[in-house]
Design a protein around this ligand. Structure first.
Ligand SMILES: Cc1cc2nc3c(=O)[nH]c(=O)nc-3n(C[C@H](O)[C@H](O)[C@H](O)COP(=O)(O)OP(=O)(O)OC[C@H]3O[C@@H](n4cnc5c(N)ncnc54)[C@H](O)[C@@H]3O)c2cc1C
Length: 495
């Protein structure tokens, strides 16, 4: 067995692990960071940018939201069922964290709120300008993976500060002595066991999005059946299991919900093209929400969860498709390509020919329902009622925005099944506002910290898209808080 010794051992080099490593190293302590994969950045490499409140960029853009206002908004959204002190410390640090990133060379294209739509139906009508979207490497319009430019800069900064990265070296155990965390056990890519003594351990392994068994055990979903979440390889819940084994208290785990198509990155055009306020029904053929709200991906994920079989169907006709092609979408996604409908036919024909199961096309509503697996009589009746309301110009059921009351009348008809999706899991390890791991009785486990999605217990039952960029925001700030506190705790440590 190889033996090592350091001040702070960080378990994982994803977003929160990088923030923790840099913060600890900036405070003059030795840091060894163990990472399971062959690269740093974790799921953050897939995303676009973090939340910040009170950053220099926001001040330059005259965004006046204060950390205190964001705190109150967040607590209102979560009905005060989460740790107010943690939430408070997070928001008060978040603006400075964006400045901290800028100072290490990260560039942002600006700050925005999620999704544009007419003010009256904006999916995050009370959304704030908190999402600091990272400027992609080489410029261009930001899209998925833009944030890789941020994790690269953070990795460079960590290396400059002397952080030692151990790639392809997953940690499998926290070493505990007399109730205190004193190091970790890891295994390198050649299978050699490593015991690393440390005076503080920070766990940051990114949740369990890639662990169907844990998804079934810890949430109400079944992977690949009732949820089609991103399963970033390696996110097996290692950190949660290790912390629980070390005595950590357990907090409820949730999935960071949205909705998406199965294998959506390979069907991204269709994934975006049906995110429109057309006609949305459940398996019985019934509408279940005002479709002008479907841009709120979290709420739509929740609404689909409440439907039979946890599925929904988005339907438009050829007239609506023609309109989208000519005028663009009714609701613009900042995530999907802006020229979606230019590529629609090509992807649609290819996916139809390949038998891509969520989609259906037919010349009658009956045929469409049959192909898609929707109750035929239910859908026929619903389309009739919906079209009548479109003719009258008013949605008597949900008062959907009149601009979107467009009938489903002209064949061919297009249908795409929508599934609950998620970015990954959230929460599970009980921590305090210093990110120290707590037992079920809220006693601090000395030397042990947990950050990022493993410990993100602050959203209650739903991701607060009104303050967008919130997961990366929490990951960065909890990581930074842990790194600083772990370094400060070493002052008292006796070697
Ligand atoms: C497609 C997509 C887009 C997103 N866009 C955004 C966005 O724009 N804004 C936003 O706020 N959030 C976004 N998110 C969410 C955000 O990226 C994640 O919540 C965030 O990266 C999680 O950070 P983390 O540090 O907890 O975990 P991660 O960044 O995922 O890192 C976890 C790391 O742990 C490593 N690991 C796992 N087990 C071990 C082990 N045993 N030992 C050592 N290492 C281990 C993994 O290899 C990985 O590198 C997005 C997510 C996805 C999937």
């Amino acid at each position: 067995m190889k033996k090592m010794e350091t001040d702070v051992a960080v378990v994982a080099a994803g977003l929160s692990g990088l923030a923790a490593s840099i913060a600890a190293a900036e405070n003059g302590v030795r840091v060894v960071t163990f990472e399971k994969s062959n690269t740093t950045g974790g799921a953050a490499n897939m995303g676009m940018g973090p939340l910040g409140v009170g950053s220099r960029i926001q001040r330059e853009h005259m965004v006046s939201l204060t950390p205190g206002e964001a705190f109150r908004k967040h607590m209102h959204f979560t009905h005060y069922r989460v740790d107010a002190r943690m939430v408070r410390d997070y928001y008060y640090k978040s603006g400075d964290t964006i400045d901290w990133l800028c100072d290490m060379g990260v560039e942002f294209v600006g700050v925005q709120r999620a999704f544009s739509a007419p003010e009256a139906t904006r999916p995050y009508a009370d959304g704030e300008f908190t999402w600091h979207v990272v400027k992609p490497e080489g410029g261009g319009i930001p899209g998925p993976r833009a944030a890789t430019a941020m994790t690269k800069k953070m990795t460079e900064r960590a290396k400059e500060l002397g952080v030692e990265f151990m790639l392809e070296t997953p940690v499998h155990k926290i070493i505990m002595e007399d109730g205190k965390a004193v190091g970790v056990l890891a295994k390198d890519k050649d299978g050699e066991e490593i015991a690393c003594r440390a005076s503080a351990v920070i766990v940051a392994t990114g949740g369990f999005g890639d662990n169907p068994k844990m998804i079934a055990e810890e949430t109400e979903y079944e992977f690949g059946k009732t949820i089609h979440n991103f399963a970033i390889p390696g996110m097996k819940g290692d950190g949660l299991k290790m912390c629980w084994e070390a005595g950590a208290g357990k907090e409820p785990c949730i999935m960071e919900l949205m909705y998406q198509l199965p294998d959506n990155m390979n069907h991204f055009i269709l994934d975006g093209a049906f995110r429109q306020p057309c006609l949305w029904v459940n398996r019985n053929g019934d509408r279940f929400m005002p479709e002008d709200q479907i841009g709120n991906t979290t709420f739509t994920g929740n609404a689909i969860t409440a439907q039979p079989g946890k599925v929904a169907y988005a339907i438009f006709d050829s007239k609506l498709l023609k309109k989208y092609k000519k005028q663009g979408p009714d609701i613009v996604s900042h995530v999907h390509p802006h020229d979606l409908y230019d590529h629609f036919d090509e992807q649609w024909e290819r996916d139809l020919a390949d038998g891509y199961e969520p989609i259906a096309q037919a010349d009658t509503i009956e045929e469409l329902a049959e192909q898609a697996g929707i109750d035929v009589d239910g859908l026929v009746a619903q389309v009739e009622e919906y079209n009548d309301m479109c003719d009258a110009g008013f949605d008597e059921i949900f008062e959907k925005d009149r601009n979107y009351m467009q009938p489903i009348a002209k064949a061919p008809f297009y249908c795409c099944r929508q599934n609950v999706g998620a970015y990954g899991s959230l929460g599970g390890v009980k921590i305090n506002h210093k990110t120290e791991v707590l037992t079920a009785e809220a006693k601090v486990i000395p030397g042990l910290y947990c950050v990022g999605t493993d410990a993100c217990n602050i959203f209650g039952d739903s991701y607060p898209f009104i303050l967008s960029g919130n997961t990366m925001g929490f990951c960065l700030n909890s990581g930074r808080i842990a790194g600083e506190n772990a370094a400060a705790s070493l002052d008292d440590f006796e070697y």
